[in-house]
Design a binder for this molecule. Sequence first.
Ligand code: ATP
Ligand code: BTN
Length: 263
Amino acid sequence: MSSNSYAEEIQHHLVSRRRDVTVLALEETDSTNDEARDLAEKGFPEGTLVVAKRQRRGRGRMGRRWTSPEGGVFMSIVLRPPRHLPGLSALPLVVGYGVARALREEYDVPAMIKWPNDVLVRGRKIAGILCESALGQTNCWVVAGIGINATMTSQDFPQEIQGLATSLFLETGIPVSIPALIASVHDRVMQSYSAFLDRGFAALLPTILQISAYVGGSVTVSTPAGPLVGKMLGIDQEGLLLLELPNNDVRRIPAGDVSLRKS
Ligand code: ATP
Ligand code: BTN
């Protein structure tokens, strides 16, 4: 099923084995995650894709706003992992890995995963991931929401993020095709997710670490109890951040309410 000709254009770019996924393509919506949550509640299958050209109320983690003007990719994918799958909290990293692979393999940009839910290029944020879930007994789903700055120029970003954000156009100088980008991200995310289901997060971890930002560097982790400064040793097999404190203690930090920055 596809909703209109824009959806058909995206479908045309999907790899042939996935051409039958449902694509709901909207001009504008509050948040593609809300639309995908509705479809997930209605029982739509794994791989179902919602995209919009603009979002009125795009959101990030912890209620933050995600700037969503035309020129961005706003997409949400319905996933249906087994309810008690070990390592499910590492899913945003698996999705980020899929996004980073698409950007590297198709557009040749040095995309890096920033724990727990962002993708950076040359230190600036190009993409963010927001996973939302309902792990009920009868209807268990995760919606993987992905925002990518595609053809935006600096003026399209609000002033407060102009120095922090980048886009594929700013990095490559090429006005990329948004339907083709959506299809390649859908493909790589579904591939990474399948590998995660088949082999577990631990099997993906070495490759994820190779393209993770700040590993071995000095970082500040903001927590509700105050900032923690230390060295980022890596990520553990459950997706927790490994932080070495100045007294050599190593803390394992869940993503929860924390933010990571380079210090
Ligand atoms: P962390 O992910 O470590 O918690 P963060 O500041 O990156 O830190 P997120 O919740 O991941 O926070 O992302 C939301 C933030 O991203 C917003 O507060 C804003 O600073 C920034 N942001 C919003 N829209 C965009 C966009 N289109 N491109 C890049 N950055 C954006
Ligand atoms: C973050 O960096 O905190 C995550 C940002 C996630 C943004 C995407 S855009 C598509 C989907 N719909 C939303 O409202 N948010 C996600």
